[in-house]
Design a protein around this ligand. Structure first.
Ligand SMILES: *Cc1c(COP(=O)(O)O)cnc(C)c1O
Length: 721
């Protein structure tokens, strides 16, 4: 391979512990607590000061400290153990994929996504789509898939959220320093960076390629901030999800077309191309163009390309399904369609759709034209997607529309607290290799309640201390108003029944549903002797006024004296805060307007850590709920009037909270430990949900049902009409 990523920076590491650099430049450490502990023990305070970023940490350590570590026998023993585990992991050929499909280990799978949520120190994700992509990569690595991924290295990442005293979201810019991140430029033998080019109106756009190592998987990231581009183009990959259509289509051209070119230059010849949402759908055009340029007629090229392509749709919400006006497509593709042997009309027909505002070029339609296999991300979402897209297959009944589903799951070791992980290992023994098998979790029921509660209580305390310290820092450094200190969680009680609600503030997620009868809620949370607290967190897209108003509505309720500090809004929802929340709350609340939540995954993270789900029967929870492992809000009824739906769901929420959730936690308990009934439900929840909603189960399903047919080119479905 002529191109490869540069060697990790070596810092000033003593020879004996020089491989710390390799550990720092592979995200493997983020899901291996023993590796985290290794960094931390070198200098615990500095580890915190570096915000758990090993690249910054190693760079800033005093030489004396490193020297001392290198001659500390306890440390070097730990170091040798971690390095050996890392090497064994990265080099092992004995993986699930290798053993299941030995003839396919050299058939690369290319996975495209506009965002990847891998760790909080890499803020190149906005929400669930990115987290799912990140978890997919980690699991693909664990299972040994020959997978390689493509995305963007956004120079400004996703914004940092600040909430004004009146509850208005302000977005603070973030500027990423690549030299402080575990990303490395991809270069040739002369050290020159790998560049890809695409054509934009009147100019070429160039992008540099970077690499992040995720265990065994390489993630290649495109970055347009290079000298060869004009100043505006250098900003093209600065931010996620601009509302500017020119920026957006240019980004998607870079991802789809530039991404294919990058993989070719790197020497990959993928047999599967997986589009994680429609943003990357131009990749199908580029594959077809390659074949047409080689002499194949376009119709045949499309037939060939689609056999190897997989498309996953992630949301029924219109803002998540990109559509471009025809005039814009004309501007960007008039030079391109001749290379496919097409004229304007023929090109537009590839992805034509009539939408609310007129005629559009639809990225999901393009994706479905150029793929034989399509899926939604839960059973209900599969149904919704079939109904939404049935017009593309006019000759088929809705039931026959070729969109299936694979329900989302989470990467277990990314989201599981260390303490709960230790508890599982003590009782389930060697459970990690079998973590997607329900039988492997049966012994959960044998864990003594005291041990289970000790681990849960530890996580609850950690959450409370973390929140209080964050708030203290803000008061100290940002001059916030005292009432914001309370709103930020200064009065949190580590022993109260704690409910978490954290997600993007999109309006369909109805963060205000639980506030719809505020008087009733405040009476409940402030009842003497049985305190309840609710923690809210989440960002609204900066252009989403409705989402920002929702935050304001929540914040105004949180600030009320009558709330008594029991309602809290936490700024800056990211993967770190998410980890503290899903590990430390007792109840995870989710109230989307059914059926808009395609899957959702945060409740899966909470369940894994022993929190109970209390949610609308939408997305994954509709499949996960069994009547004994949490609570269902509302019914499976369909409503035509959203106001009626909101009212019914709110009543259901309050009734269950008051008559089931709170009593089960408090009634007849002894000391601070919740009732045995509560802990029995926790065990039922962990044992039923952890295996089924693991990324392990999910990625295996992708392999068995979609990737393998794509590798074999055997997944011919009905082409869209
Ligand atoms: C898991 C996660 C999400 C997605 O959760 P949903 O349930 O889909 O809302 C979003 N943001 C962060 C930071 C997460 O960790």
């Amino acid at each position: 391979m002529p191109y490869r990523s540069q060697k990790p920076i070596q810092f000033a590491l003593p020879e004996r512990i020089a491989r710390l650099a390799d550990l720092a430049y592979n995200l493997w450490w983020t899901w291996h607590p023993d590796a985290q502990d290794l960094f931390q023990r070198i200098d615990p305070l500095q580890w915190v000061a570096s915000a758990h970023n090993p690249v910054v940490f190693l760079r800033d350590l005093a030489p004396m400290t490193l020297q001392a570590a290198s001659i500390d026998l306890n440390f070097t023993e730990h170091y040798d153990r971690v390095v050996a585990a890392f090497d064994a992991y990265v080099r092992s050929a004995e993986t699930w994929f290798g053993q299941s499909y030995p003839q396919r280990v050299k058939s690369p799978i290319a996975y495209f996504s506009s965002e990847f949520g891998l760790h909080e120190t890499l803020p190149i994700y906005a929400g669930g789509l990115g987290i799912l992509a990140g978890d997919h990569l980690k699991e693909a690595s664990d299972l040994g898939l020959p997978l390689v991924a493509v995305g963007f290295l956004y120079t400004h990442g996703y914004f940092f959220q600040h909430i004004s005293e009146d509850g208005w979201q302000e977005s603070r810019p973030v500027t990423l320093k690549f030299e402080e991140m575990p990303v490395l430029p991809v270069v040739n033998a002369e050290g020159e960076p790998l560049m890809v080019s695409i054509e934009l109106p009147g100019r070429s756009l160039h992008a540099q390629v970077w690499e992040i190592r995720v265990g065994r998987v390489s993630l290649y990231l495109l970055d347009s901030n290079v000298d060869a581009n004009n100043p505006a183009d250098r900003e093209l990959t600065a931010r996620l999800y601009s509302s500017d259509l020119d920026l957006r289509i240019s980004q998607e051209i870079l991802l789809g077309i530039g991404g294919v070119r990058a993989l070719r230059m790197l020497g990959y010849n993928p047999t599967v191309w997986h589009m994680n949402e429609g943003h990357s759908a131009f990749l199908g055009l580029e594959q077809a163009r390659e074949l047409v340029q080689g002499g194949m007629p376009l119709a045949e090229a499309i037939r060939k390309v689609r056999l190897h392509n997989v498309f996953t749709t992630h949301t029924p919400v219109p803002a998540g399904n990109d559509e471009f006006p025809i005039w814009l497509v004309d501007r960007y593709f008039s030079h391109y369609w001749p290379e496919l042997g097409l004229d304007q009309e023929g090109f537009i027909r590839l992805a034509h759709q009539v939408v609310g505002w007129g005629e559009a070029f639809s990225m999901p339609v393009l994706a479905m034209r150029f793929s034989a296999q399509h899926n939604g991300v839960s059973e209900l979402h599969g149904q919704v997607a079939r109904s939404m897209w049935r017009g593309l297959w006019p000759t088929l009944d809705e039931k026959q529309v070729p969109i299936g589903h694979i329900t989302n799951g989470i990467h277990t070791h990314t989201w599981l607290s260390k303490r709960m992980g230790q508890l599982y290992t003590k009782h389930l023994k060697d459970w990690t290799p079998r973590l997607d098998e329900p039988e492997a979790w049966q012994k959960i029921h044998d864990i003594p309640n005291e041990q289970l509660w000790r681990a849960r209580r530890h996580a609850k305390r950690k959450l409370a201390f973390y929140v209080r310290e964050r708030t203290r820092q803000q008061w100290l450094h940002e001059g916030i108003h005292p009432v914001q200190v309370v709103a930020g969680g200064a009065l949190l009680d580590p022993y109260a029944l704690t409910i978490g609600f954290a997600r993007r503030f999109a309006t369909y997620k109805r963060a205000n549903l639980v506030l719809s009868d505020l008087e009733r809620l405040l009476a409940l949370v402030n009842k003497p002797g049985r305190p309840v607290q609710i923690l809210f967190a989440g960002k609204a897209h900066p252009a989403d006024e409705g989402g920002k108003q929702l935050i304001q509505e929540v914040y105004r309720a949180v600030k009320k004296g009558e709330a008594g500090g029991r309602l809290v809004f936490l700024e800056g929802y990211d993967m770190e805060l998410a980890r503290y929340l899903v590990q430390g709350v007792d109840v995870w609340l989710n109230t989307p307007r059914r059926p808009m939540e395609a899957s959702g995954t945060s409740g899966q993270k909470a369940a894994l850590n022993g929190a109970l789900n209390f949610s609308i029967l939408d997305g994954w929870w509709r499949e996960g709920y069994n009547g004994k492992n949490g609570w269902a809000i509302g019914t499976e009824q369909e409503y035509s009037d959203p106001a009626e739906q909101d009212l019914a769901d709110a009543n259901s929420l309050y009734d269950i909270l008051e008559n089931q959730v709170i009593p089960l936690y408090y009634d007849g308990r002894d000391g601070n430990q919740p009732t045995d009934g509560w802990l029995a439900m926790v065990k039922e929840s962990i044992s039923t949900l952890a295996p089924q909603f693991s990324a392990r189960r999910m990625v295996k399903e992708y392999v068995d049902t979609l990737y393998l047919p794509a590798m074999e080119g055997s997944a011919d479905g009905v082409e869209i009409g």
